[in-house]
Design a protein around this ligand. Sequence first.
Ligand SMILES: *Cc1c(COP(=O)(O)O)cnc(C)c1O
Length: 452
Amino acid sequence: METVKYLLDETDMPTSWYNVAADLPAPPPAVLHPGTMQPIGPADLAPLFPMALILQEVSSERAIEIPEEVQSIYRQWRPTPLYRARRLEKALDTPAKIYYKYEGVSPAGSHKPNTAVAQAYYNKQEGVKRLVTETGAGQWGSSLAFAGALFGLEVLVYMVKVSYHQKPYRRALMETYGARVVASPSEQTAAGRAILAAHPDSTGSLGIAISEAVEVAVQREDTKYALGSVLNHVLLHQTVIGQEALAQLELAGDYPDVVIGCTGGGSNFAGLAFPFIGAKLRGERDMRVVAVEPAACPSLTKGRYAYDFGDTAGMTPLTKMHTLGSSFVPSGIHAGGLRYHGMAPMVSHLVELGQIEPVAVQQLETFAAGLQFARAEGIIPAPESNHAVASTIREALRCKEEGTSKTILFNLSGHGHFDMTAYTDFMAGKLKDFEYSDEEVAMALAGLPSVG
Ligand SMILES: *Cc1c(COP(=O)(O)O)cnc(C)c1O
């Protein structure tokens, strides 16, 4: 069976990012200062981010121009291909049409360079010399390391300790790009030392690593912090994905009934879905939009919509989001990029507005789906992306049961070449499901900050 691939010319690459804030019926709740609990202004964020990114964070302009220098770097791998998954459709014997947007063709192997390059560009423009960040499984760290190398910026990465030891090749990738990698919690920061004093064997979490990175970033004028998901400007940069997909589906003469993405902090999902949600909000088109999260880290399906910190030490501003509590330390599922306690405030807001359906899937179902996908389509998905694959397979099988033909579009956010241990473990029957019990949810949520 022939492969069907929809390519755009370089000249058809989007020249602006799409800002969903322009189409919202109601703005999301204000971001609060962690000390005063009052709404923050741009100046409060200045120690952390360059002003251009802060202005994007609070912008309600619909189209924000992509700087020419960023576009010229994007062109190395963008526009990314859109595939029709004909062989997977056949394997599932479904009347559904399945399309996937493949972001694994970037140098770092995922969607994350879309924002890493933009962030490095604006930091460079404003005279920053060093970027500090955290990384879980290493995808964000390697994307920022790549972008830092292009712009001559130093990059320091706090990597969650369990991944630092389990994923030596991701660390090697960051170091190859010239970044320095430190296992978190570390002795280098007050936040790290406090955790180690209380839990000497701590294997770390994204929340802890963020605390360390933020602490280091605010200490030096020439250093800023960079975040790979969750924030409005990060989601904004990812919207090249959905805009390209819209144009590619037009080439295919098709339009999705269902749009699906996996959600850790929400950025690849938002990147694909927001341009479609915009069309829905403007009353132009209608479709279902599904956000897929791990059952072991179920912020959207079991968390509370409340004000919370982005990190464990309580140093970041407070945002209203679906959260499991900033003290939450997730179980060791292999989709490291999805192990975050909170969700992007903009995604949370759209869930509250009824624009997004959240679903949770278990680890074993996601790997079974990934194997089936790899054997049909040839691409080995990242464990995170397998959540979107699993949900797509569920939808396609439902079409078969109901005898309806729907068009499904999902985001294949990255490849799994650095995650083969997880696949090996799955095939050897060593992986298991983790159910996150209601008692555990209640316990983690008990520590939420009180906001009047
Ligand atoms: C980081 C990552 C994710 C999760 O992050 P989001 O911000 O929710 O997109 C998903 N897939 C891949 C391949 C990743 O690297």
